[in-house]
Design a binder for this molecule. Structure first.
Ligand SMILES: Nc1ncnc2c1ncn2[C@@H]1O[C@H](COP(=O)(O)OP(=O)(O)OP(=O)(O)O)[C@@H](O)[C@H]1O
Length: 752
């Protein structure tokens, strides 16, 4: 650890303020320059040829985006400085900037030249002699802290020896209901993950609050910066546990200058499918099993049938549907290995040919020249159409799955390995809303059926050709105009040229296309994903470039992972690498101790992933035993609210109590994390954090989940204080926790 203390210094302050002023001046110049170009483009009006107009539109959007980017980096634009052994001084910030003479003024945090800012230590300083953290507010320097890595070599006369003030200030800051970026205080072990190479699957494990989500988001921004050419066209997919969570993190990537990442949940993965239904864990677990690839294959195959021999009336002619012909046509269709609906074309063609031959034999005087007419006649025969459909039914994914659930005999036929009880549990009427666990099954069914694939693929091919022409043109145009500055590329501009159809970004196009494959996939709270959900995600990333973050101690879903190897060894065939984050930046040490003690008591065989807490807070764990729950909770919430000081509080409740407690606290309806108090069940709180957590009936939360993961998640959400409110005895493990402060035995006793 570098030598540390803290002091203010007017010389250093002046030096930094001068530099900051120059950087902001440059930022203002660039904004002004971009704005005037935008005005000029707009002023050129809506006249001219079609191509001229779309060219102007493209440039206008380009300048608008650039302006938005320059605006987004206003706050904390500069946050670091490195002094190197050769005397170079390098400032680190949100974006890279050079002055009018192209002399660098600011290094993008993602650039290789900024790496030492996050990695250099006193033990391994590399060529860094001083690392300076700059705290700024609006456009003023408000704090300076230095890590001196080589005291002898430091040239600055006026060093502000410091500690981990920037980090601690960030950790102690009040929560706002929105996650912020950590770009100024990324720690070395996190930085190594963020900058890890693009290829392959990287699993990042770590206990609660170790920055897995933060690291995953910064990694997405880093990869887009460092490998833009490789992944921007195909895009980056980010999968989170819930829509509430996606809203919680939605500001982070834009603040890092990246807006093109597609964020979704597994439930929202399929365009056109709204998975609003709910079901119990047992059913969701059955649906998550890998064996559904076999079940759905069998269900599709069951729609390829051989009918008993029968007559088919075609106009005045009577033909015979022969078993032998049907079998042959089916074999040929299957040999194509195409999905069901696509292979159906082959089946139908072969059947029509066989029937046309019969027709020609039966009707004297019909020759080869009449073949096309005969095929037309066969196609218009109701008997032929019905028979061919029954032999090879055109399918839709939703129709297939609805049928499996609603018709027990179909499920029994396709899923003989499911028990009768499991099959009964899957029963549901047609038209029942889809649930999140249905989505990977619908995806798999769509893949096997090849829904609309032909038409889609033809469209994609045509789009692709047109797009390539547009990109070539855009590239030429960018070169001529000198607008290329690293923030935009020809692809982006070309996207806006598209003279026909809606102008879609890569992200929008990817969202709308089930068969889109992404250049990189980031999965957060990955421990919750079922084997079938993994199957759906891996299909979207054939190159296997993924960042998977999670903590198997926090698994609550029955179909989630107990260990990474158990879940991923088979689908990835052992090809993945693992990193572990070890420091908890969220939860005070004594809250973490309590959560850990509960976990060990509940499941001694599987102790949670060990973490070291970055800080502690006095009185961070408090319990209130109350005689009456609703009143007791309301009392505690009121008292905690009085000390929130603009922070955020969550009341975390067992699922069975959620509606009741939300009503008692007047907090029903859509969850809005920016409100002062929200009521959530443990699953809904996954990945989130709050200044204060009031946790209701922990023993019941444990009992309802059946596994300790849910209670562990709930206990590890607060940044300042965990208040356990209970009428039932506390779960095992908590009674021995040191520092636990028990507050009275009635709701009336003081909570603080
Ligand atoms: N280097 C850092 N500097 C400042 N804050 C940090 C740093 N790393 C993490 N944090 C903060 O710690 C908190 C926890 O981070 P994050 O939510 O990413 O953890 P997590 O590992 O995903 O947690 P969980 O598994 O419990 O959901 C966040 O507020 C995050 O901003």
């Amino acid at each position: 650890m570098p030598d540390q203390s803290s002091s203010g210094s007017s010389v250093a302050h002046r030096v930094e303020q001068d530099h900051l002023d120059r950087v902001y001046e440059r930022l203002d110049d660039l904004r002004e320059h971009t704005r005037s170009r935008l005005t000029a483009v707009r002023r050129s009006g809506a006249t001219g040829s079609h191509q001229n107009r779309s060219e102007r539109d493209a440039f206008a959007t380009l300048y608008e985006d650039r302006l938005a980017q320059l605006d987004a980096v206003e706050e904390r634009l500069v946050f670091g400085r490195l002094d190197l052994t050769d005397g170079e001084r390098r400032y680190v910030g949100r974006i890279g900037l050079s002055d009018a003479e192209q002399v660098p003024m600011l290094t993008d945090w993602r650039a290789p030249a900024a790496r030492a800012f996050y990695q250099a230590t006193a033990a391994q300083p590399g060529d860094v002699v001083l690392r300076r953290h700059l705290q700024t507010r609006h456009r003023s320097v408000v704090g300076i802290e230095d890590d001196v890595l080589d005291l002898d070599a430091v040239q600055e006369a006026d060093v502000n020896l410091s500690g981990e003030g920037a980090l601690l200030a960030a950790l102690n800051a009040q929560r706002t209901g929105r996650m912020g970026d950590i770009v100024a205080t990324i720690q070395a072990e996190q930085d190594a993950v963020i900058r890890s190479e693009l290829d392959g699957v990287l699993i990042v494990e770590g206990g609660p609050g170790t920055g897995k989500t933060a690291v995953a988001l910064h990694r997405a921004a880093f990869l887009l910066y460092a490998h833009r050419e490789r992944i921007e066209r195909s895009g980056v997919l980010l999968v989170g546990p819930s829509r509430v969570f996606l809203r919680y993190i939605e500001k982070v990537l834009p603040a890092l200058g990246e807006t093109g990442v597609v964020a979704t949940t597994i439930a929202d993965l399929l365009p056109g499918v709204e998975a609003t239904g709910t079901e119990n864990d047992e059913v969701a677990e059955i649906k998550g099993r890998r064996q559904w690839t076999t079940i759905l294959a069998a269900a599709v195959r069951a729609r390829q049938r051989v009918l008993p021999e029968q007559d088919l009336v075609v106009g005045s002619v009577r033909l015979r549907l022969l078993e032998r012909d049907v079998r042959q046509a089916q074999e040929r269709a299957r040999r194509s290995r195409a999905p069901h609906n696509v292979a159906r074309v082959t089946f139908v063609r072969h059947m029509l040919n066989s029937l046309a031959e019969q027709y020609a034999e039966k009707v004297p005087g019909v020759g080869e020249d009449d073949r096309a007419d005969i095929i037309d006649e066969l196609r218009s025969s109701r008997d032929v159409r019905v028979a061919l459909n029954l032999c090879w039914m055109p399918l839709s994914a939703t129709g297939l799955l609805e049928d499996l659930y609603a018709k027990p005999h179909r499920l029994a036929e396709a899923a003989p390995r499911l028990s009768a009880r499991e099959r009964r549990a899957l029963y549901r009427d047609r038209g029942t809303p889809w649930t999140p666990a249905d989505v990977p099954l619908l995806d798999e069914a769509a893949e096997r059926i090849g829904e609309d694939d032909e038409a889609d693929q033809a469209r994609t091919r045509a789009d692709q050709t047109q797009r390539e022409a547009e990109i070539a043109y855009a590239r030429e145009m960018l070169q001529q105009s000198g607008a290329g500055d690293g923030l935009v590329d020809a692809e982006t501009v070309a996207g806006r040229f598209a003279a026909t159809g809606p102008r879609m970004t890569t992200a929008e196009r990817a969202m709308a296309d089930r068969s889109w494959t992404y250049g990189h996939v980031v999965v957060d709270e990955a421990q919750e994903l079922s084997p079938m959900a993994w199957h759906a995600l891996l299909r979207r990333n054939p190159t296997r470039s993924m960042t998977v973050v999670g903590d198997v101690s926090q698994t609550s879903s029955r179909s989630g992972a107990r260990s990474w190897s158990q879940m991923l060894e088979r689908p990835l065939r052992g090809r993945y690498r693992t990193s572990t984050l070890t420091v908890n930046y969220r939860t005070p040490a004594r809250v973490m101790d309590a959560a850990r003690a509960m976990m060990i008591a509940a499941d001694p065989e599987h102790p949670p992933t060990p973490v070291t807490s970055a800080r502690d807070v006095p009185d961070a764990v408090v319990t209130s035993a109350v005689p009456e729950l609703l009143q007791g909770v309301a009392g505690v919430v009121d008292r905690e609210r009085a000390h929130l000081d603009g922070g955020r509080m969550a009341v975390l409740v067992p699922p069975s109590l959620r509606a009741q407690i939300a009503q008692a606290l007047g907090s029903e309806g859509r969850v809005d994390l920016t409100r002062e108090v929200v009521v959530l069940d443990p699953t809904g709180s996954k990945g989130l954090e709050f200044d204060v957590v009031v946790l209701v009936e922990p023993a019941r939360m444990l009992a309802e989940a059946g596994r300790p993961g849910d209670l562990y998640v709930a206990m590890t959400r607060p940044t300042r204080r965990l208040h356990l409110v209970h009428t039932e005895p506390l779960p095992a493990g908590l009674e021995d926790v040191q520092h636990l402060r028990t507050i009275g035995t009635s709701a009336a006793s003081g909570a603080r």
